[in-house]
Design a protein around this ligand. Structure first.
Ligand SMILES: [Cu+2]
Length: 330
């Protein structure tokens, strides 16, 4: 091969590689890595991407060079010369991909093993998915509709489902796991950032699937201890507030007295007006029915996406507190 050809091939490869690298770096393809596991998973992505860019550059160089140099003239109907295979070349283009794919497998296997490692003292939290809400139960038995985690500690999630298959995912924590009825699946997450991230269901699970969202609040270790000591809720405030927070109402509803800003369901600040419009009895009765039997009346412009399980899940005295709390705020 002439020296000039090698220089031309190399130049095309470098340009293709540079364009590809620019696209890879200029666009934020991945969310921030909010946990140790996410950092490792991102490393695997970049490791694979660098290899892919190198392969792309070589292939593009040969392709563009061939189209440019060996292009047949407009009237050239002749066949190309009969060429037999080139054994050395074939060995090279089999061996190099084999090495690269093996390298990717080894790096992935190491990351997979590390990401499954929960250490000796993980915080174990039970995660229950149901249509269309999440429930997180802590070692002391208290449950919440949103997840609160300490920064820097291994957390082992014990994931299951009550009805159909769901899937637990926090994009910034990368780890993802199916929630399957009758089965317990585990993942480990170790948050590194103090932040709030969304919890998303990533398995089509029914009409309210797109609304099946919650959030994870990652607190500094001292703040987390304080949160646990206070029973996982604000220490002061009316009794209904704790019920509201523990059942994940805030994930779907806006309600000013609780500083809730969810927008999956109706704004609960206008309940008095809503009750009048719905024309289903007194305010208290309307609120109670909306919680224990949401399907009885669907607020205009919304779907039947509120869980139907609160009637059995919230004890009568707590339910009464909750109803009064909402009625007072309305
Ligand atoms: Cu789901």
């Amino acid at each position: 091969m002439r020296r000039g050809s090698i220089i031309q091939l190399t130049a095309i490869g470098l340009v293709a590689g540079a364009i590809c690298t620019a696209v890879a770096l200029a666009i934020p393809w991945l969310p921030v890595a909010g946990g140790q596991e996410a950092g490792r998973i991102h490393f695997v992505y970049w490791f694979t991407t660098v290899i892919a860019i190198c392969v792309f550059s070589v292939v593009t160089a040969v392709l563009v060079y061939s189209v440019w140099k060996f292009r047949a003239g407009p009237d050239d109907d002749s066949d190309g010369p009969p060429t037999h295979g080139h054994t050395q070349l074939e060995i090279v283009w089999t061996a190099i991909p084999a090495v690269l794919v093996t390298a990717i497998s080894i790096v992935s296997a190491i990351v997979l093993a590390q990401n499954g490692h929960a250490g000796t003292n993980p915080l174990v939290i039970k995660v229950e998915a149901r249509q269309f809400a999440w429930k997180f139960t802590y070692p002391n038995g208290t449950s919440f509709g949103t997840l609160t985690l300490p920064q820097g500690r291994h957390v082992k999630l014990d994931i299951t489902a009550d009805d159909v298959i769901h899937s637990f995912w926090v994009p910034q924590l990368s780890q993802k796991q199916d929630a399957v009825p009758g089965q317990h699946n585990f993942i480990v997450i170790t948050p590194t950032h103090i932040a709030t991230y969304p919890v998303v269901c990533t398995e089509l699970c029914g009409l309210g699937h797109a609304l099946m969202r919650s959030q994870v609040d990652i607190l500094a270790p001292a703040d987390y201890e304080k949160w646990v000591a206070q029973g996982g809720t604000a220490s002061s405030g009316p009794p209904g507030l704790a019920v509201f927070q523990q059942n994940g109402c805030a994930g779907c509803h806006t309600f000013k007295p609780a500083l809730a800003t969810g927008n999956v369901g109706p704004n609960l600040d206008n309940l008095a007006q809503e009750a009048k419009q719905a024309n289903r009895g007194a305010l208290d009765a309307f609120i109670k029915e909306s919680i224990v039997k949401p399907q009885a009346y669907i607020a205009p412009g919304f779907t039947d996406a509120m869980p139907h399980t609160f009637g059995t899940q919230i004890p009568p005295d707590k339910l009464q507190q909750l109803v009064q709390y909402l009625a007072k705020g309305a």
